[in-house]
Write a protein that binds this ligand. Structure first.
Ligand code: PGA
Length: 240
């Protein structure tokens, strides 16, 4: 694991954005795994700025998001589909047909998991962008998820729902389940870029980087991958 410590969130966003921009320039038709949450917002902003400056294009890129809430229609302002349009897709030249998120608007969620999983197998990811949950989750792979798990329908832990409550009016509105890539899908990406910011992430970052490899800390599975870059600001690096 290559760990890069930067001063603050602005520098973190620029460093992560630069890595993705470099990939877009060297391989314009790449497959990108994307993440939602508060942490990647600055990275997406950086990419939008590079696009507006004429430095990058996403016209040939295929994107695959890590996860999507169940119980929310795609049109809901807090669906990850909307998040991605609001913060990245609407502002760049990506082709809508090349955008992929798990589809949770269906009675047969297992069939949706299977079809998303088949899509991931058909299109190996060049780079997977990740945040990390304060409980060590990646995607919505919560503690206890077997490392060999592929795309599945999962129940969110109370901790994750509390962490995500800030995006909703009340805890009751936070969905209880989601479809997520499994840890095995994430580990199949050619390269992985994990970003973490702020003191609330210091403990889980330390466990991911130097703790035992254990299903109780899903992000510790990244120690098994040969090409992982972790970018953390000083606050998130405090316990390294
Ligand atoms: P955050 O979420 O970026 O909003 O902290 C990260 C995650 O839960 O993976």
């Amino acid at each position: 694991m290559k760990v890069i410590t930067v001063r603050d969130y602005t520098e973190l966003s620029a460093t992560a954005g630069q890595m993705i921009a470099d990939l877009l320039r060297s391989k314009p038709a790449c497959a990108l795994g994307l993440a939602t949450g508060g942490t990647p917002l600055g990275t997406y902003q950086y990419l939008v700025e590079r696009y507006r400056a004429g430095e990058i294009s996403l016209q040939q890129v295929q994107t695959f998001n890590l996860d999507e809430y169940c119980e929310l229609p795609r049109s809901h302002p807090q669906s990850y589909y909307q998040f991605m349009y609001d913060n990245l897709f609407r502002h760049v030249d990506i082709v809508p047909e090349n955008i992929h998120l798990p589809c949770t608007d269906s009675a047969d969620l297992q069939a949706q998991c299977d079809s998303y999983n088949a899509l991931l197998h058909a299109t190996p990811l060049d780079l997977q962008l990740l945040g990390i949950g304060s409980n060590g989750h990646i995607g919505f792979c919560e503690p206890g998820t077997p490392f060999d798990r592929e795309t599945f329908h999962t129940r969110l832990t109370d901790k994750t729902r509390q962490d995500n409550q800030r995006f909703f009016d009340s805890l009751d509105e936070v969905p209880t389940t989601a479809i997520t890539m499994g840890i095995s899908n994430i580990l199949q990406a050619r390269a992985i870029l994990l970003i973490a910011s702020g003191e609330a992430k210091a403990e889980c970052v330390a466990q991911m980087v130097k703790g035992p490899i254990t299903e109780q800390v899903p992000a510790s599975a990244l120690q098994l991958h040969a090409d992982v870059t972790v970018i953390v600001d000083e606050a998130a690096a405090a316990l390294l």
